[in-house]
Design a protein around this ligand. Structure first.
Ligand SMILES: [Zn+2]
Length: 65
């Protein structure tokens, strides 16, 4: 196994900074932290868009994941 000379930030893909590994900056580390704290990712506690959904759209493509 060869070492990875240039590890990249898990958030934005920029080269990592040792101080903020595995991220490139405090900002990206903070972004990741908020994800884990339920800042909107993975924990759909409330989705106003779904509540206001009157029904299936008559036109326009709709992505279903
Ligand atoms: Zn980054």
């Amino acid at each position: 196994m060869a070492k990875s000379p240039t590890a990249t930030c898990a958030i934005c893909g920029k080269p990592q900074v040792a101080r903020y590994r595995p991220f490139c900056s405090a900002r990206c580390a903070d972004v990741d932290l908020h994800r884990w704290l339920g800042g909107g990712y993975g924990i759909p506690a409330a989705d106003p868009e779904l509540e206001d959904e009157p029904g299936p759209p008559l036109s326009g493509p709709r992505r279903d994941n």
